[in-house]
Design a protein around this ligand. Structure first.
Ligand code: UD1
Ligand code: UDP
Length: 371
């Protein structure tokens, strides 16, 4: 049986890769293993638990306040050690984290073919998001198979000279993940706290926003909550110390703001499904909100998911209070405006991405070796 190795290390990679791991395991025609780099610890474990995924290898690389160079170096040396005793026929990496880039690089050094899931997203600005735009472009250079979530992502790859026959549009596996997590009868202590108020969900963690931009984004959310008495804000705070400090400082003492530890993916998806709107700088949350019909205001200058903006599901509001506050006000005071965003068609897939990817890999395996 051919050996497939799935390599990931952060929460969003786990949420989007575990359903794919399960799809391959259920088919029973490959020897499937999972290697986690451990770039994240608790965030990663929580996400994997939701899908019942247990790692076969764990490089355990996370350090508090880790640097990009530190992550890269530890992944490279950890992968090298693993490949000395275990050699897959094909490795899967996902998206654009430093784990994805350095794991792909290690596969390249060891001449192991790579399949890239969620390939082809681009802002065309190497510093935005930082360092993710570089990471995904580097993964593209190395990958043999490219699974693009949308037609636009496919076009980006072809424009960079990736051979047409190695790119497939499959949809995003995050839509498959939502089918496994969202429940109509969901209730929790957080939904009880929200009660009859309108729920505004907030996530903000990007490296390029640490410092002043992050404080401006959080202040904008605070002004909105103060302006609308029937709104309650839930902010699951990323464990990065650079994010925690700002969250406590800006929201301390606000009655209608709930700061929580990061939520498990089951809780997060279900809260998102019930939100009136979400304010976010995340990548994955843009796709999830769009798939769930929840208006998302994206606190970035650029997005690698422009299909969501064109469809009307996402709106780019930048990182300045002058952009964020009026955009929130418009949605909260104009029900028609909210409905328009909520009804926009989601361009990110139909929940069958995992099956599509597995079909293609099965076909490739039947044709012979992956290399
Ligand atoms: C990483 C990815 C980013 C992705 C994000 C998802 C890179 C460069 N960045 O950013 O693309 O959007 O994950 O969340 O790959 N920490 C903990 N416990 C955890 C996880 C993190 O304490 O379970 C703290 C540690 O202090 C760690 C810090 O957060 O050093 C930063 O983690 P890191 O993976 O470097 O960056 P993220 O901002 O999480
Ligand atoms: N998420 C979660 N718990 C939270 C916040 C987010 O499980 O408290 C999930 C969310 O559903 C999405 C993913 O984390 O799938 C997004 O991760 P993040 O924003 O950290 O990374 P990005 O997508 O920007 O790379």
């Amino acid at each position: 049986m051919k050996k497939l190795l799935f390599i990931f290390g952060t929460r969003p990679e786990a949420i989007k890769m575990c359903p794919l791991v399960n799809e391959f395991k259920n088919r029973g025609c490959f020897d499937v293993s999972v290697c986690v780099t451990g770039q994240h610890e608790k965030l990663l474990r929580d996400a994997m638990d939701a899908f019942g995924t247990v790692p076969d290898f764990d490089l355990g690389i996370m350090r508090p306040g880790q640097t990009l160079g530190g992550i890269t170096a530890r992944v490279l040396s950890g992968m090298e050690e693993l490949f000395a005793s275990y050699r897959p026929d094909l490795a899967f990496v996902h998206g654009d984290t430093t784990t994805s880039f350095s794991a792909a690089l290690s596969c390249f050094y060891h001449r192991i073919p790579v399949a890239h899931v969620e390939a082809g997203l681009r802002t065309h600005d190497i510093f935005s998001p930082f360092p993710e735009e570089y990471n995904r472009r580097a993964a593209t250079l190395i990958a043999k198979y490219h699974f693009a979530p949308t037609e636009k992502a496919r076009e980006n790859l072809l424009a960079e000279g990736v051979p047409e026959g190695s790119v497939w549009v499959t949809g995003n596996t995050v839509v498959d993940a939502l089918a496994a997590t969202v429940r109509p009868d969901y209730e929790s202590t957080v939904t009880k706290w929200v009660g009859g108020s309108r729920l505004m969900l907030l996530t903000a963690h990007r490296r390029e926003n640490h410092g002043e931009p992050l404080r401006r984004m959080l202040s904008a959310a605070r002004s909105t909550v103060r302006e609308f008495g029937d709104v309650k804000l839930v902010y699951p705070v990323h464990p990065n110390p650079a994010v925690r400090g700002a969250a406590r400082e800006i929201f301390g003492g606000e009655e209608r703001v709930l700061l929580t530890d990061p939520l498990g993916v089951y809780d997060f998806h279900n809260l998102l499904a019930r939100a009136y709107l979400v304010l976010t700088d995340s990548g994955g949350v843009q796709e999830e909100a769009s798939a769930l019909g929840v208006p998302a205001l994206v606190m970035r200058e650029k997005t690698e998911r422009p299909e969501g903006v064109s469809s009307g599901a996402l709106r780019l509001v930048g990182t300045e209070e002058e952009g964020i506050v009026p955009a929130c006000r418009k949605l909260l005071s104009d029900v028609g405006e909210r409905e328009k965003m909520a009804r926009a068609e989601s361009p990110f897939g139909d929940g069958r991405a995992c099956a599509a990817i597995a079909d293609i890999i099965c076909e490739k395996a039947r044709e012979g070796s992956f290399s």
